[in-house]
Design a protein around this ligand. Sequence first.
Ligand code: NAD
Ligand SMILES: O=C(O)C1=N[C@H](C(=O)O)CCC1
Length: 269
Amino acid sequence: MDDLPGIVVTGVSGRMGQMLAREVTASGKARLVGALERPGHDWVGRDLGACMGGAALGVTVEDDPLPAFARARAVIDFTAPAATVAFAGLAAQARAVHVIGTTGLAPADLEALEAASHHAAIIRAGNMSLGVNLLAGLVRKVAAALDADWDIEVVEAHHRMKVDAPSGTALMLGEAAAEGRGIALADNMESGRHGLTGARAPGAIGFSAIRGGDIVGEHDVIFAGAGERLVLRHVATDRAIFARGALRAALWGMDQKPGQYDMVDVLGL
Ligand SMILES: NC(=O)c1ccc[n+]([C@@H]2O[C@H](COP(=O)([O-])OP(=O)(O)OC[C@H]3O[C@@H](n4cnc5c(N)ncnc54)[C@H](O)[C@@H]3O)[C@@H](O)[C@H]2O)c1
Ligand SMILES: O=C(O)C1=N[C@H](C(=O)O)CCC1
């Protein structure tokens, strides 16, 4: 057991943090060598297993990232943008692989990640599931095959606690559509329609977000043409798909040089 590579999970009390801690512990491929929460969180200083309502795991929840990262080959981080940027600098210092699932990152955050990736591998994706990464490839192909008379709309649905929109997945799928069409997403994005919006801009890629209940994650990419409509859909029913992808990315990243990677690299798609 002791020779298995060590992994630290950040934001360990969160929806994804708990899922990740369970995935790493049960995998037989890695050891959980650290569990982090934000300072002041009531899990800090307690055994993680007990906090999650099960048997003791022998892993105490900590709030100081650097000593934890120094014990790890990889850090799996599904938290919030400010925390992720700070963790990127510290993971780079510890030369640990940083797997980032956090969404809602701003351009300045991405610049900070780029700087950190000169010192350690960073693997980041708005969605770590196999299905969504395959879907992105299909979306790119369909968008390349259809002309701009086909309107592209991305519709996503998530649980009521999600804080960012469009989702990271929706943006990934929008990027794939834009690449297929040979346009820049940033110049063609239409989202948050409300009121007297006027007609749809020709060639736009539209985004709509639904938030409610405990929806894990659903994404439709709609290609709407004259007299017909093509809909490509992914439905997530279990967060374990994201945790499995993240663990796979962490193990893969341990053999990579410093740099930025995504799940297409990890999955060899
Ligand atoms: N890429 C993917 O496949 C994927 C899948 C699911 C969720 N996500 C993203 O992961 C992120 C987290 O989602 P969630 O549903 O688990 O959210 P959540 O709110 O349940 O969990 C986030 C956790 O991070 C902790 N945290 C915040 N700042 C911290 C800090 N400085 N140090 C340590 N811990 C800190 C919070 O206390 C919380 O426990 C979101 O950005 C979400 O969009 C990505
Ligand atoms: O629950 C979330 O939050 C999710 N976030 C990712 C996104 O923004 O696309 C992946 C799906 C779940």
